[in-house]
Design a protein around this ligand. Structure first.
Ligand SMILES: [Cu+2]
Length: 80
């Protein structure tokens, strides 16, 4: 029973959707750069970007800190 619960939690973690507010994305190339940065960290990640709203949605098993850092290293400001 306990093992089942642990497994379920792990599965949910793998599919965790995280939303970031990212500023500085001015065109399609920026979207590609952010997507590439996330996928370098996690090739399995699903990235959805709404540039006009400064929203980046990432479905990934990586931690919020690592994803945020990857986007910031690409040269875009990530709100806390
Ligand atoms: Cu651009």
């Amino acid at each position: 029973m306990l093992l089942q619960i642990v497994h379920l939690t792990h599965t949910q973690e793998l599919h965790m959707m995280q939303t970031f507010t990212v500023t500085g994305m001015t065109c399609g190339h920026c979207e590609k750069a952010v997507t590439r940065a996330v996928k370098q960290l996690d090739p399995q990640a699903e990235v959805t970007i709404d540039r006009t709203a400064n929203k980046v949605q990432v479905q990934s098993s990586q931690t919020r800190e690592k994803l945020s850092q990857a986007i910031a290293e690409e040269g875009y400001a990530v709100a806390a």
